[in-house]
Design a protein around this ligand. Structure first.
Ligand code: GLU
Length: 446
């Protein structure tokens, strides 16, 4: 029998992607940081990290390279976590600039850089976070301690006059308030942090996983910060190719001049790629092509990943036909057969997002004739999106006003809803409780 691992199609799929692009010789390795020019143009690695912590590698997924600009979204995440979104936006805009990464263009009156993904904004972002926090934070995103490449750091420090110019301009305009040399020293160190394609995949997967590293389980940043960072990656992450990238590939991503790209599909996976030859805009040729192919072949575009649109309602039954296991007398059984229509039971399946919850609340609201008790069996519900929780909670409180009791079942007692009238562990307990209430009402006992 074949090795079980061979049956999984994903490794072959990534290997196929790798094989198809490895021969592409186009693009140029970056040379403006002299040390980067030593990169071998044939290096090519891909890694895909799932949100339950499995990593699929292909090619040179374990080869280290300096992270360069792919550090920017992660340091931005740390700045947001430390200072809050409003305070950070006041200092650094979030408008795609359409300019090259090292453009010298600031907001005329304030000196505010356009966004945190170009150098000016990234240098200002770095000024908001300490080096210790950057190193530890990026390590937490990757799930391991990260080293720095001192040769690349030195090389950039000695030649980084354009970044120095940008920093002095911001300092002159009053937008950068820290010491230029100290801030750039941290910025150059941050760019020289050594990662692999595998690391970038896990880092991106952490953002896709609402800020929780899927391998270590550590909540590196909160879910709001993760969503904010993915948003800025989507609009500004790919240099002056950001708009076309979002259109063609549709994944929040960030690239860097050493040839790395980290991309994520929120709630699904993270992917890391590395190949040094760059196109004219500074994006890795093979990494871009791999993402384009992956997205097109599997329909992974952000705007195409739908909230589950399958019917989430597994069954609707009434106590007329479905009974609890409670022992009932003949008279009680007769009552339940006659009046059991007053108790409806709905088994709900899958994730509840806006579309599925809307359908559910509409369906419930339209079928209330003669109903006094509603059992919502949420046991097989995966994720309850906040909008779904709001809709169901509001419906439950309106039903209560209308004299209809809502009862929720959930074996794992996750507290899926805040305001049901009663919460039970099993459907049988819920049904027993409703039957008892119905019997009391019909027989006039209390
Ligand atoms: N250290 C590089 C610089 O600031 C990063 C550039 C990049 O990767 O886009 O020039």
């Amino acid at each position: 029998m074949a090795d079980m691992a061979d049956l999984n199609p994903i490794p072959d799929l990534l290997a196929g992607l790798y094989d198809g692009l490895a021969g592409d010789q186009s693009g140029e390795v970056a040379t403006y940081i002299p040390q980067l020019s030593h990169a071998d143009p044939s290096w090519f690695g891909i890694a895909l990290a799932t949100l339950d912590g499995h990593v699929y590698p292909a090619g040179a997924a374990e080869r280290t390279f300096t992270i360069q600009s792919v550090s920017k979204p992660f340091v931005y995440a740390l700045a947001l976590a430390g200072c809050g979104l409003d305070a950070v936006i006041e200092r650094i805009g979030v408008e795609p600039s359409g300019d090259a990464f090292n453009a010298i263009r600031l907001e005329p009156q304030t000196g505010r850089p356009p966004n945190p993904m170009v150098n000016a904004g990234a240098i200002l972002t770095t000024s908001l976070v300490s080096w210790e926090r950057i190193r530890a934070g990026l390590g937490a995103f990757a799930g391991r301690d990260l080293d720095i490449d001192l040769a690349v750091y030195d090389s950039e420090r000695l030649t980084g006059d354009r970044n120095r110019a940008i920093a002095y301009l911001m300092r002159n305009a009053g937008s950068l308030t820290t010491d230029v040399d100290e801030t750039l020293d941290v910025y150059f160190r941050q760019c020289a942090i050594l990662v692999t394609a595998r690391d970038l995949a896990v880092m991106a997967a952490t953002l896709a996983n609402a800020g929780v590293n899927p391998i270590t389980g550590v909540a590196v940043v909160g879910p709001d910060v993760a969503a904010d960072v993915l948003t800025v990656m989507a609009t500004c992450g790919m240099y002056d190719f950001a708009g076309e990238w979002l259109l063609r590939v549709g994944l929040p991503a960030k690239s860097g001049v050493s040839g790395g790209i980290a991309a994520a599909l929120p709630g699904q996976f993270g992917i890391g790629l590395f190949s040094p030859p760059l196109d004219a805009r500074g994006n890795s040729v093979r990494a871009i092509a791999a993402c384009e192919e992956l997205s097109a072949r599997f329909g992974l575009h952000l705007m195409r990943s739908p909230d589950s649109s399958v019917p989430s309602l597994a069954d609707v039954v009434t106590a007329r036909t479905v009974r609890s296991s409670a022992a009932r007398t003949r008279t009680e059984r007769d009552i339940l057969t006659r009046s059991g229509g007053a108790i409806t039971i709905r088994g709900i399946l899958g994730d509840l997002g806006f579309a599925t919850a809307e359908r559910l609340v509409r369906e419930i609201a339209e079928h209330l004739d003669g109903v006094s008790w509603i059992v919502l069996d949420l046991d097989r519900v995966g994720r309850l999106h906040p909008v779904a929780e709001r809709l169901l909670d509001t419906l439950a409180s309106r039903l209560a006003d209308a004299g209809v009791t809502t009862v929720v079942t959930d074996r794992s007692s996750r507290g899926l809803l805040s305001y049901p009238d009663r919460q039970f562990v099993t459907r049988d307990e819920a049904l027993t409780w409703c039957e008892d209430a119905l019997l009391r009402r019909v027989t006039g006992t209390h």
